[in-house]
Every structure is written in structure tokens, then in C-alpha cells.
Ligand binder design. Sequence first.
Ligand code: NAD
Length: 292
Amino acid sequence: KLSGTLSKSAEPVKQAAVLGAGIMGGGVAYQSASKGTPILMKDIRPEALDLGLSEASKLFGKQVERGRLTAEKAMQGLNSIVPALSYGEFKSVDLVVEAVVENVNVKKSVLAETEDHIRDDAILASNTSTISITELSKALKRPENFCGMHFFNPVHRMPLVEVIRGEKSSDKAVAQTVAYAQAMGKTPIVVNDCPGFLVNRVLFPYFAGFSLMMKEGADFQQIDKVMERFGWPMGPAYLIDVVGTDTAFHADRVMAEGFPDRMTHEGKNAVDKLYELERFGQKNGKGFYRYE
Ligand code: NAD
């Protein structure tokens, strides 16, 4: 309902920003820039900014190779992603997407800090996978300007965006976030707030079922093969490597706390062990599988 009506009256986002230049932040920056909305990309590590920009550059390069963009347009797009280590230019920003690590305390402190550097009417949206938007909003002075904006990985390929309405999110915040998702060529759905929202309430119990089978002695490669034959684009082990075992580990904790009867498991599962071994998945070249 909202995406069809309210978003029409929303102000277009002319300048965006993203916090975090990792898998998701880098993807959001590329998608925004490629659809014509300039974006500041802030991280606390210069090397993360370099990686985020080089990933975006590769994606623009592919568009040129496929004849979908001229080299000039690709260069314009890439130049509209402005890397930042400080909040210097954040007063010009209409909407900020927060995409830092999946940790409630880190997110709260980053969101509160950001709120001090943006205009009173700017919207803050978190790309959290699982953490309650109402809980995160407790760190803010203007919780009405805050909602969830949950993209899926890889951002440039996955059409869905969950826009999450927290207890205090205003219609304006939700509508503007919906409008921005549409401007990025995505399909937004407005969902209510709870740990995991909609998609991850389905996905994480699936991961939990997979982990349980591994504890019972199943082979992850066989499970992956079977799920592919079943018709899914990839099996659970490969998908967890794409997500990152660190993100999956943190998100699993949030889900277990939110749904203790459905999600808790005794002892460590495979994802916990990979995380402890710092096998973070594709992002550092080793997880369930090895990547060159
Ligand atoms: P990532 O580890 O790839 O990137 C996180 C980035 O945040 C790093 O570059 C880090 O340097 C940066 N960072 C940390 N503290 C910061 C700060 N104070 N200011 C600015 N940058 C900071 O993680 P990711 O996979 O991109 O996940 C980011 C968020 O997106 C998480 O909340 C995660 O749950 C969510 N998410 C992830 C996926 C996925 O498949 N990986 C999908 C949907 C949503």
C-alpha cells in the first residue's frame, strides 16, 4: 500500500550516503551511483574504501563491456561515489544507509554519531539483517527519521529491499526510503519490525536446520549439491560463504535471542567454528570452501 501511494509524495533523494564500504556498503554505493543518485561512502578504514571503489569500478566496467553504458557514463557514475573518512560533507545528504558490522552496540554508536552530522530533516536507514529497528532507534534523538532499509547480497543483482517500519518511524521516513529504493531500480516491500524482519525469519531457521544436519554428520558439499538440484541457485554452505560467516554468526545470535524456542542450539555449530578460525567466507578467501 505504502509503496504505491505515499512514496509518490516523497521528496526524491538527491544526495545519499552509506556508512561502511564492505560487501553491502560498496554494493549500495554502486547501485545508487549507477541509477543516478550521487553517494558519499564513509568507512573508518582507508583500505575498505579502496576495496569498495575497486569493486564498483569492476561493476561499471562490466556494464561498458556489455554495451549497456558508454565509458564516459561509467566514469561519471564512478565519480559520483565519493569516498570519505569523515562526516565533512554530510550536511548535503538527504538519506544515509548504515551498513557497518552486525553488532547492536556498534550500530547504535555509529547511528548516534551520524545523527549529529546530518540535517534535522535527513533520513537515517539501517541495512541491518536482523536487529530490531525499534531497538536501534533508542540511540537516536530523532527516531521518527529512522527506519530499516535491508538490501540483499549482491546488491546489484537482488531485486528486493525490505523497508522496516520501527515503532517510531514516521510515514515520511518510510516513504522516502521506499522512493529511494525505487529510484535504485529495486522492489521495496514495507514490513513490520521484529528480529530478522521477513526474509531472514525464513532464511535463518533454514541455516539452523542445515547446521543441525552437519552436527548429525552430514557433508556440507552434498547438502549444497542436493539443494542446487532441488532448484535453488546455491546451497546453504555456499550461501553462508557469500554472506560472510562473521555476519551470519552475529545475525544468528540476534535471531536466537529473538526466537529462543526456534533458534537456539547447544554447543558450537559449523558457522561458529569457522568464525572462530577467522574463515569469514568469500570476503577473505576461505569459509566452508576455499576461494582463490
Ligand atoms: P563487511 O564486514 O563486509 O563491511 C562492514 C564495513 O563497515 C567494513 O568495511 C568496516 O570497516 C566498516 N565499519 C565498521 N565500523 C564503521 C564505522 N564506525 N563507520 C563506518 N564504517 C565502519 O559487512 P557486510 O556484509 O557489508 O555487512 C554490513 C551490514 O549489512 C550488516 O549489518 C549486515 O548484517 C548487513 N547485511 C549483510 C548482508 C550480507 O550478505 N553480507 C546482507 C544484507 C545485510
